[in-house]
Design a protein around this ligand. Structure first.
Ligand SMILES: Cc1cc2nc3c(=O)[nH]c(=O)nc-3n(C[C@H](O)[C@H](O)[C@H](O)COP(=O)(O)OP(=O)(O)OC[C@H]3O[C@@H](n4cnc5c(N)ncnc54)[C@H](O)[C@@H]3O)c2cc1C
Length: 245
């Protein structure tokens, strides 16, 4: 278990979602003494509630995503429940047309995608109904369990000596002479470090470093699932809690 009284680090990452935890884990793998801070608990926000899809063909990091996901369970030493491939089916011609367009993009990126007629969909997805108009079978991408994924990163980080302080909000990034010196957290105990990485787009936090992050409004719709919570598995409690014990 990580001791919670250490205050000096080589670097601090703010936010124990998948972005912060994976950043910290890759750094810890390279021997960096890193701390992750979170105002709440590991994976309690977007990272523990998303669909777990791993098929981001529109992303500039798509090829890296496809290369890394199949390796992550082994690299982390914990299960993310990642499964490769994905069957997507439609019940209207309009949606089928969109999925076929998605298939074309996948092929254009060098990946195999099979077009499916309604019978082939039902072979692969027995629960699909008679109203299926067709589908596609992505031989790439897939899905992971988002809650298991954040847990896996957190445990793997701790295995490498990285620390996670939960219930520890970053109030302000401290800087002196144009350089980062630490992070202010309540009640009054600063944490020192020569750099900070933040997954939290709070302009208030970065202003002391004379940095600005461009923000734009966006819209999304979807569904969420509720994280299983830190008590779901006793090992989740090994994350240090500071400053309130
Ligand atoms: C409905 C939905 C579906 C999605 N589906 C998918 C999908 O299928 N596949 C996919 O790849 N992505 C999906 N995403 C996107 C994905 O969930 C996010 O891109 C990802 O979780 C972002 O991770 P993060 O670590 O940056 O943010 P978060 O998980 O939000 O983590 C940020 C962390 O920062 C902490 N924090 C905030 N302020 C402070 C502070 N001042 N001090 C300390 N800590 C602080 C928060 O407590 C939080 O834990 C989906 C998102 C949503 C909402």
């Amino acid at each position: 278990m990580a001791s919670a009284d250490k205050t000096g680090f080589a670097g601090i990452v703010i936010g124990a979602g998948v972005t912060g935890l994976s950043t910290a884990w890759w750094l810890a793998r390279s021997g960096v003494d890193v701390l992750v801070l979170d105002k709440g608990v590991v994976g309690w926000e977007a990272s523990g509630r998303n669909g777990g899809g791993a098929s981001h063909y529109h992303s500039p990091l798509f090829h890296e995503e496809q290369r890394l996901w199949p390796q992550m369970d082994e690299l982390l030493g914990y299960a993310t429940e990642y499964r490769r491939e994905r069957v997507i089916f439609a019940t209207t011609d309009y949606h089928l047309e969109n999925y076929r367009r998605m298939a074309e993009i996948g092929r254009g990126l060098g990946y195999q995608v099979d077009d499916l007629d309604p019978g082939q969909v039902r072979e692969r997805v027995p629960l699909a109904g008679d109203n299926v108009t067709g589908g596609i079978h992505l031989r790439y991408g897939g899905q992971a369990n988002p809650q298991r994924t954040v847990q896996a990163y957190a445990w793997a980080l701790q295995d490498l000596g990285g620390r996670i302080y939960q219930h520890t909000p970053a109030l302000r990034i401290q800087a002196a002479g144009g350089k980062v010196t630490g992070v202010e957290t309540p009640p009054s105990r600063p944490l020192s470090c020569p750099w900070v990485a933040s997954t939290v787009t709070a302009s208030m936090a970065v202003r002391p470093c004379a940095a600005t992050w461009p923000m734009a409004a966006d819209r999304m719709s979807g569904w969420t699932r509720t994280p299983v919570g830190p008590d779901a598995d006793p090992r989740a409690r090994c994350c240090a809690t500071w400053p309130d014990g």
